[in-house]
Write a protein that binds this ligand. Structure first.
Ligand code: ATP
Length: 330
C-alpha cells in the first residue's frame, strides 16, 4: 500500500528534528490507549519509521475499571498485529481508584515494560488540547505558574527512560481529522469517571465557549502560554535552587539541623524567596506545601528575632534566631 504523506506527518517530522525528541535508530515504546490521539501518534511514527530507522513497540495498560477494558486491550493488540509491531500489555491487579493512582500505576507499568524490553523512550499522545485543558483546570484550582506550564515535551521517568510527547502542538480536532482520513478505528472511551468529569466539562463546555466568544484559536493560544511558562518556571526554579544552596551553605560545618541565612535571602526578589521556601518545605512536609505555608515561612525573612511559625503538617516549626531561620521538630 502506498504511504500517504500529510501536512501532519511533515509537522511531526519537523518537530522531532527541531526539538531533538528522538535520534535515528532509537527504540520507542508507544503508549496506545486506542483513543484518537494515541492512534494518530502511532500511525505517524510508523510512517516516519523508515526515515529514522526506529525500533517501535506498542504498550497498552488495562486499568480494569471499565466493562469493556479487556475488549479495548484486544482491539489495540489486533492493530499491533496488523502493523507487525511488538505488543505489550499491562493489566492492573485490582481496579485503580483515582486519577493520581491510575497515572502512577500506568507510568510504572510502562517503565517496567520499557526496561525489560530495552526501550529508551516512552511516547504518549498528549496534545495541545490536553495542555490547554490542564492549564485551565489548574488555573481554576489556583496553582501558580508551575501548574500552568503543564505537560513538557520530555522528562525523565527513570535514569534510563525518557517520557516524550511529540503531539503537543497538535489539537484534538486535528488528530480526529487524521483518524478519519486514515480510517483508524478509534476505541471510544465511554466512561464518565469521576475524576475525568471536570476535564470533560472543560473540554466540552468551557473551551468551546471560549472559542466561540473570545478566541477561535484559544487552545493553541493556551498551549503556547504553557510553553512560555515552562521555560520561565525552569529558569526560576534553577535560580531559586542556587539561592537555597547559598542560604544554607553559610551554616555548614557546625550544624546538623536545617537552617537558612536571612541576610542571603533578604536581598533576593520575592519570587525567589517564595520558591526557596517552597523547595525547603517540599523536603520537610509529607504533602505538597500550600500557599499559606509558603507565605508564613517567607514572612520570617524579615520578621523580628524569635518569631516563629505554627507547627507545619508533620510537626516541624521554623524559628528566627538572629540571622537564621531554624527548623525544629516538635
Ligand atoms: N490505557 C492506556 N494504555 C496506554 N497508554 C495510555 C492509556 N491511557 C492513556 N495513555 C497514554 O496517555 C496519553 C494521554 O491520555 P489521557 O489524556 O487519556 O490520559 P491522562 O490520564 O490525562 O494522562 P496523564 O495522566 O498522563 O496526564 C494517551 O495519548 C496515551 O499515549
Amino acid at each position: 500500500m502506498e504511504m500517504l504523506w500529510t501536512p501532519l506527518h511533515a509537522k511531526i517530522h519537523r518537530t522531532i528534528r527541531a526539538r531533538h525528541l528522538f535520534e535515528p535508530n532509537q527504540s520507542l515504546l508507544v503508549a496506545v490507549s486506542g483513543g484518537q490521539d494515541s492512534l494518530c501518534l502511532i500511525k505517524i511514527l510508523l510512517d516516519l519509521q523508515p526515515k529514522w530507522g526506529w525500533r517501535l513497540g506498542i504498550a497498552h495498560c488495562d486499568h480494569c475499571w471499565r466493562d469493556d477494558s479487556q475488549a479495548n486491550a484486544r482491539h489495540v493488540e489486533s492493530l499491533a498485529k496488523i502493523w507487525e509491531t511488538p505488543f505489550y500489555l499491562a493489566t492492573a491487579k485490582e481496579p485503580v481508584k483515582s486519577e493520581a493512582a491510575a497515572r502512577n500505576w500506568r507510568y510504572q507499568a510502562l517503565s517496567k515494560i520499557a526496561q525489560t524490553n530495552n526501550y529508551q523512550y516512552i511516547v504518549t499522545g498528549h496534545t495541545a488540547s490536553d495542555r490547554a485543558e490542564t492549564l485551565l483546570y489548574n488555573l481554576i484550582r489556583g496553582t501558580g505558574a508551575d501548574g500552568l506550564q503543564a505537560l513538557t515535551w520530555q522528562r525523565p521517568l527513570t535514569a534510563s527512560i525518557m517520557l516524550v510527547r511529540p503531539l503537543l502542538e497538535i489539537t484534538r480536532s486535528e488528530t480526529e481529522k487524521f483518524c478519519q482520513e486514515f480510517n483508524l478505528p478509534i476505541w471510544e472511551d465511554a466512561t464518565n469517571q469521576d475524576w475525568k468529569y471536570a476535564r470533560n466539562r472543560i473540554r466540552q463546555e468551557l473551551l468551546p465557549y471560549l472559542q466561540e466568544n473570545f478566541n477561535p484559536k484559544v487552545e493553541s493560544a493556551l498551549a503556547q502560554t504553557a510553553e512560555l511558562l515552562q521555560a520561565e518556571v525552569e529558569y526560576l526554579e534553577q535560580t531559586a535552587g542556587n539561592l537555597r544552596l547559598d542560604a544554607m551553605e553559610l551554616g555548614k560545618g557546625d550544624d546538623i539541623a536545617l537552617r537558612l541565612n536571612r541576610r542571603v535571602l533578604r536581598t533576593a526578589p520575592l519570587a525567589l524567596q517564595r520558591r526557596v521556601m517552597r523547595q525547603v518545605l517540599q523536603q520537610i512536609l509529607p504533602d505538597a506545601p500550600g500557599f499559606e505555608h509558603i507565605e508564613k515561612l517567607t514572612a520570617l525573612i524579615t520578621a523580628p528575632n524569635r518569631s516563629q511559625t505554627d507547627p507545619f503538617p508533620g510537626g516541624a516549626i521554623a524559628q528566627v534566631i538572629d540571622d537564621w531561620i531554624c527548623f525544629q521538630d516538635l
